[in-house]
Design a protein. Sequence first.
Length: 409
Amino acid sequence: MQCGDRRPATSRAARWVGAALLCAVALPAAAAGPMLVAQPLTDDAIMDHPPRIEGRRVVWQSGDGNDAEILLWDGLETRQLSFNGLRDEAPAIDGPVVVWQQHDGNDFELIRYHTEARTLSYLTNNEQEDRFPVVASVFTAWLGDSFESEEIFLLPAPGQVTGDTWEQDPPVISGPEGGLAWVLRSDAGTDVFAFLPQHPDLPGVYQISPFDNETTDERPVIWRNRIAWVQGSGSTEEIWRYDPAADFPYWQVTNDNLRDTDPVIAGNLIAWEHWDGNDWEIYTWEEGDVAPSPLTNNAYDDVVLAVSGRTLVWIANGDGDYEIWRSWNLETPEQLTDNDVDDVDVVIDGDRLAWRQCDASDCDVWTAPEPDTTATVGVALAALAWLAHRSARNALARAERADRTQVRQ
């Protein structure tokens, strides 16, 4: 019997219940390879840039140059936040706050928009460049000009975080305390620094990578006081972890003389891209692990990671174009998209994803809730219970009608 099959059975109720049971069993089987129930947020001939996500909110830059504007999807509708013919670029979001850089004709300033109050204000308004904002909780950090150098700034206080004459890379940020990590490029080399307001010894700025180690330290990521970064360059790159509260504050996560790069971090979990000599694979490591573990092992590139909790998403080009993959709780990877275009720049927050879908002409922004097999099973069981209840009710009604007929006879 197939779903909906009404061939003869012992009773009509039995046929309904049997069909319901079969449908309930078939639904989880179909969900074994979940696909996203996706919706496009843009569908035009304008180039849309990689999205940023916070809960159900998605923000992105649409267009380039003086046509660049900032758009927001708030879970219900898409709103354009800027309408000025200026260069509005590089949005960041956390909670209800969106911050981006705007070129006012002289230099870049930072604009702040509150999505719930729908208010817009200038975060900076000066004669220097303020660029590359990042947001976490109530904190905004960015890279700003200061006399002859670029420095790291953070609001609310402390304001200016760095005060040297060396080149700084744009910072990365972690909530809820507003911890920062960045790269400083000096005559001594390329090193990782951090501002740790919750450091167990003393809040402040710390150099994370050692002085004069004659190697490159870069691409830091931060989760509260815990930092991961890449040490080395060229054919040998290794992942390191710093945690001032750990028994061993500095820990070399990889030591394989291969390329381990572009880490992401959430809680005790660090994941990154590993070159195995043929292609890029995803590896993971958690505090207490003896050695890293491969999450993927295939014949194609798995790249561009994003993490939320213990869920990892990335893109892979197994069929000639890039598709989105997911591993929930570090379990077996699942393919989430399957089409003939490139799905790239995927980001995740909680149970929602956003990404760009690109063809030969342009890129559009898409979003979807994360597939949930458990929810599918729940829907199936609820449908089964409803069908069984209806069948029992109908059977009882038929029996009562039969009894009344016999009485009349």
